[in-house]
Design a binder for this molecule. Structure first.
Ligand code: C5P
Length: 398
């Protein structure tokens, strides 16, 4: 059974979609899960405790105290769960969750939990579109919670739009996928460089590039989802992550990136250099802002340290992955870098391919090892990250 032995705590808040939770519980139980249900006081108006407890085969609580005078221990309930599913999650409960309010059993249990939390919002379309709901959903995602977006359709108000809770089958599938996800990198430490570097010219100017850092952050998220401990060394990038398995170190210049990388390299099992490191930096950084007095300006540049090449030279146990962004003789150049930098594999993207490269949200890659070349179609960077890590896993686990 697909959810055998998994402990799922469902927290129902007061929305009409609460009736659908009956079907969801039945589905979870059929798949072998253990289910406990909590409800907010207002949810009791929408669905019967008797139905929920009969289906879940467990008592259902909505208050800190039961009628027989026993205390419903929210901490114990929270620690029991492998996942908590807030469904349906009303605008009110969502808002209380992200602002630390704790005036009922559901919220106290949520705040005591250490396990992953899934949120399936359900509300009328205008409430779902309201800036405060949007902000609260963003906050919930920033906390690392998993959002199961509301769907488009007919709403209880008679209006039609986005706000319906996702269907029970969809929610069930998402939870199942979560438990069956690949944990092949558990116990491994993955070091990732990401983003551009900025090389200062004077106190206000720098030499940089268009790298967004998105590829590196997608790799970090994917590796962390597969159980790895991830050390991210990122140049200036607006990307962020709140994944608890990812430790982010922000740096500015290539020299700073070099220093940070080698604080962590020795203990890394896999190192992926996706940063677009500037090859040269100004020889001297002007102390004051350079004035535009002359018609031309010459800045002498000196070579930056090659971080990846040094990783190759100092390689012991690390599986080393480089990136190559090329505009001509792509495969030949990538192969040359693979050898020169002592890499185990190199990810090639060509600026001649539309949608590829370091600026946008998609990428088109080829992966080269000493003896193979594998080509992939154009995909989102999240999917490219999966392809790259599948490839790494195949190489290190074979
Ligand atoms: O030689 P080239 O700069 O094209 O190689 C690209 C690869 O080397 C990328 O993986 C990049 O992160 C890495 N690199 C580095 N330090 C540098 C230059 C490039 O780690 N100074």
């Amino acid at each position: 059974m697909k959810l055998q032995g998994k402990k799922i705590l469902i927290c129902i808040s007061g929305g009409i979609a609460a009736y659908k939770i009956n079907y969801l519980i039945r589905d979870f139980i059929k798949k072998g899960a253990e289910v406990q249900v909590l409800m907010t006081p207002s949810a009791e108006q929408f669905v019967s405790k008797l139905t929920l407890s009969t289906l879940s085969k467990n008592p259902v609580y909505s208050d800190f105290y039961s009628e027989n005078g026993t205390w419903n221990n929210h901490v114990k309930l929270a620690l029991w769960a492998d996942v908590i599913l807030m469904a349906p999650c009303t605008a009110n409960t969502l808002s209380k969750m992200v602002h630390g309010m704790c005036d009922n059993l559901v919220l106290a249990t949520y705040m005591s939990a250490k396990c992953p939390v899934f949120i399936a919002p359900a509300m009328d379309l205008d409430m779902y579109q309201h800036p405060s709901t949007k902000l609260n959903l963003e906050l919930a995602e920033d906390f690392g919670h998993h959002l199961i977006p509301a769907e488009d359709g007919e709403l209880a108000s008679g209006l039609s739009g986005v706000g319906r809770m996702a269907e029970p089958e969809t929610i069930s599938q998402i939870i199942e996928d979560f438990f069956n996800s690949n944990r092949n990198l558990e116990g491994k430490t993955v070091l990732i460089t990401a983003g551009p570097t900025y090389e200062a010219i004077d106190p206000v100017r720098f030499i940089g590039n268009h790298s967004s850092g998105k590829m590196g952050f997608s790799l970090a998220e994917e590796a962390a989802n597969r159980g790895a401990k991830v050390i991210m060394i990122s140049g200036p990038s607006s990307e962020k992550t709140n994944h608890q398995n990812i430790e982010v170190h922000r740096v500015t210049s290539a020299k700073e990136m070099f220093a940070k990388v080698f604080e962590y390299y020795e203990n890394a099992d896999i190192a992926i250099a996706s940063a677009a490191v500037a090859d040269y930096a100004p020889k001297e950084i002007a102390q004051e802002k350079i004035k535009k007095n002359d018609d031309s300006l010459t800045i002498e540049l000196v070579k930056n340290p090659d971080i990846l090449k040094t990783m190759g030279e100092r390689k012991t146990k690390q599986f080393l992955v480089g990136f190559a962004l090329e505009t001509q003789n792509e495969e030949e150049n990538a192969k040359g870098k693979l050898q020169k930098k002592n890499l185990d594999m190199i990810v090639l993207n060509s600026l001649r391919d539309e949608g590829a490269g370091f600026k946008g949200t998609t990428n088109k890659i080829k992966i080269l090892t000493k003896s193979t070349i594998t080509e992939f179609p154009l995909k989102s960077k999240e999917h490219v990250a999966k392809d790259i890590l599948n490839f790494v896993e195949d190489q290190i686990l074979k």
